[in-house]
Design a protein. Structure first.
Length: 254
């Protein structure tokens, strides 16, 4: 007998259903009401309004801060700043005053030390001043005397060159000097002065027995007399030394 495939499948299905274990009954699900489009929009808006955004929460929390507490904190901060500024200003004033006092003390000490050193130098100078003045006076006197002798020497030389007859009074003084020279005195003169004396005093010298001799080692204006009884030196060099010796000066020959 031919059984169709569909009939066999249907019989199997019915047998599986008959012998399958029983399942617990599923409770009925509540059915959602069918809402219109306006109702769905209105509900969403209410739900969104029910959950405030984060910014609004933070703003609300900020509004709940106590203004008095904020004022006290601001006042405390102001007081701290003022105290800090006052402390800095006071520290600067005290530091300046201390530095000024220390600098003044150091300056006074340095000034006193310098003044003492200068006073000591002045005392030492005052102690040596009399001796220095005496030395200066002596040096000045010596300088003036040296200058005067130099001037006199130049005047003598110029005078003898301009007026060589100045030697004649000198020879006459020697001729009449006492005691008189014995023997045959010899009168030594510069060659130019010897000629002048012979022409002017030749007769007197001849009567006295004096002889005139030329000596080129003698300077003009001076003479020397030699005899067996002695010698008289009237040379210009010797007379100049006598003058300087009287002035306590040792100078070069004229």
């Amino acid at each position: 007998m031919t059984v169709s495939k569909n009939a066999f499948l249907g019989t199997g299905t019915r047998l599986a259903a008959a012998y399958a274990p029983a399942r617990p009954a599923t409770p009925p699900q509540p059915t959602k009401p069918v809402l219109s489009a306006w109702q769905r929009w209105e509900m969403g808006t209410l739900e969104e309004d029910a959950t405030p955004p984060q910014r609004e929460v933070e703003a609300a929390n900020a509004q709940r801060i106590d203004p008095a507490a904020l004022a006290r904190e601001a006042e405390l901060e102001r007081l701290r700043l003022e105290a800090r500024a006052a402390g800095l200003a006071e520290g600067r004033r005290e530091g300046w005053a201390q530095g000024h006092a220390e600098g003044r003390t150091a300056g006074l000490a340095a000034g006193l030390a310098a003044a003492s050193a200068h006073a000591e130098q002045l005392r030492a100078l005052a102690a040596t001043l009399p001796d220095a003045l005496r030395r200066a006076e002596n040096e000045l006197a010596d300088a003036i005397l040296t200058l005067a002798l130099d001037v006199a020497r130049q005047v003598v030389h110029r005078t003898l060159r301009a007026e060589p007859e100045w030697v004649l009074p000198l020879v006459q003084d020697l001729l009449h000097a006492e005691p008189a020279l014995q023997g045959e005195p010899r009168l030594l003169l510069h060659p130019d002065d010897a000629a002048l004396v012979k022409n002017s005093l030749g007769n007197e010298l001849q009567i006295a027995g004096w002889q005139v001799r030329a000596d080129d080692t003698l300077a003009r204006g001076g003479c020397r007399v030699q005899s067996t009884s002695g010698e008289m030196d009237a040379s210009l060099e010797t007379r100049w030394k006598s003058v300087t010796a009287a002035l306590h000066r040792d100078v070069d020959a004229i």
